[in-house]
Design a protein around this ligand. Structure first.
Ligand code: ATP
Ligand code: MG
Length: 339
């Protein structure tokens, strides 16, 4: 890949200084996923130099990409969550995913890092449809309550844009934490940094697992995999989450098991006015894949049944603070809700 094409020279060098070069360490949380090692075992483990300066990796990156990776992943290396970057498994519009060997602090051999492009946020179409009813989250996944930060985000200053970018990443990470803890089939989320998420890897050293979109399933298996996907959709609903971009492209398939990925745009079924529409689209896309595999599913009915079973209203009540008094549609909705 030539250097120029590499993310349009990382978005023309607009690497959002504060996002990736301020050298902030990800918060250490020793309780998260400590590797259980006895002291006698520890001495056999090569002690990793604690400094970012020694962070060199096997993957041959283009020039801009290398600096971007060193900045984005330096904290993971420093804390011994990753030891090496082996290869780029996917380069996307919004993020790239790399296969890494895990560091001593993570109880796995291989891990994946998803590193976001600086302009990821701007590429998200219709971002307000997803953001409605969502609080913004900070770099630790906590709700932003600071007025100055909120103002910067409302006004879309450079600082505010960086905070919003961080909020998408925090949504992805915290959703994976909640869903993993609830038994959903998602990668284990290990850590989040300013510009990257460290998670369990699905696949092997040769490459990542295919997504369902690349796999044909025999009918009987299609039925059981479909049921498994529905189980995951139900877990998400029970945790007040809709994936928001669910399809065969965001479900990985490996050794008969599925893994749902790609959560930055999750929405709440309770307080987002577009929730049901987004949910129906998710269910429809999933059904389209399984109908191609020989099943006969009815997405409209299925979406309606799942929605009602989890007690959601077809038109969620919108928090008045989210309504704009100047907007006729919002005013009409307000009148309707008051009845
Ligand atoms: N945990 C993982 N283990 C292995 N491969 C992964 C993992 N997460 C993501 N991938 C691979 O990276 C690709 C991109 O990941 P993801 O969908 O999260 O990012 P994205 O930038 O939103 O991509 P896209 O725009 O293509 O949907 C996935 O389609 C999958 O092939
Ligand atoms: Mg994806």
């Amino acid at each position: 890949m030539n250097t120029k094409s590499y993310y349009d020279e990382l978005d023309d060098n607009e690497l959002s200084e504060s996002l990736v070069t301020r050298g902030q360490r990800p918060e250490r949380n020793p309780g998260r996923h400590p590797k259980k090692l006895s002291d006698s075992m520890r001495k056999y483990i090569k002690v990793q130099d604690d400094s970012r300066k020694s962070f060199h990796f096997t993957y041959k990156a283009a020039r801009f990409e290398e600096g971007w990776l060193l900045n984005s992943l330096g904290g993971f290396y420093e804390h011994q969550w990753i030891a090496d970057v082996l290869k780029r498994v996917k380069g996307g519009k919004e993020a790239s995913v790399y296969l890494c060997t895990a560091g001593a602090e993570v109880d796995a051999e291989l891990v994946a890092v998803k590193v976001y492009r600086p302009r990821m946020m701007r590429n998200l179409k219709n971002d307000h449809a997803y953001r409605e009813g969502r609080h913004n989250l900070d770099s630790e996944g906590k709700i932003v309550l600071d007025d100055g930060m909120q103002h910067a985000m409302d006004k879309r200053t450079e600082y505010g844009k960086n905070l919003l970018h961080q909020s998408w990443i925090a949504y992805e990470f915290t959703s994976m934490q909640v869903l993993k803890a609830s038994g959903a089939d998602v990668p284990t989320p290990y850590e989040m940094a300013d510009n990257a998420i460290l998670m369990g890897y699905v696949g092997d050293r040769d490459g990542c697992a295919p997504t369902l979109s690349e796999v044909s399933l025999p009918r009987a298996e299609a039925q059981s995999v479909f049921e498994r996907v529905l189980r995951n959709i139900e877990i998400m609903l029970s945790k007040e989450r809709i994936h928001g971009d669910l399809s065969a492209y965001n479900i990985m398939y490996w050794e008969g098991e599925i893994t749902l990925i790609d959560f930055p745009q999750v929405v709440s079924p309770r307080i987002n006015r577009n929730a049901y529409r987004i949910f129906q689209r998710d269910v429809t896309r999933v059904c389209e894949y399984f109908n191609k595999q020989g099943l006969n599913t009815n997405p409209r009915k299925l979406a309606a049944d799942l929605w009602a079973r989890h007690g959601y209203r077809a038109e969620p009540e919108v928090d008045v603070r989210l309504l704009d008094a100047e907007d006729p549609e919002d005013r009409a909705l307000w009148q309707k809700q008051r009845k």
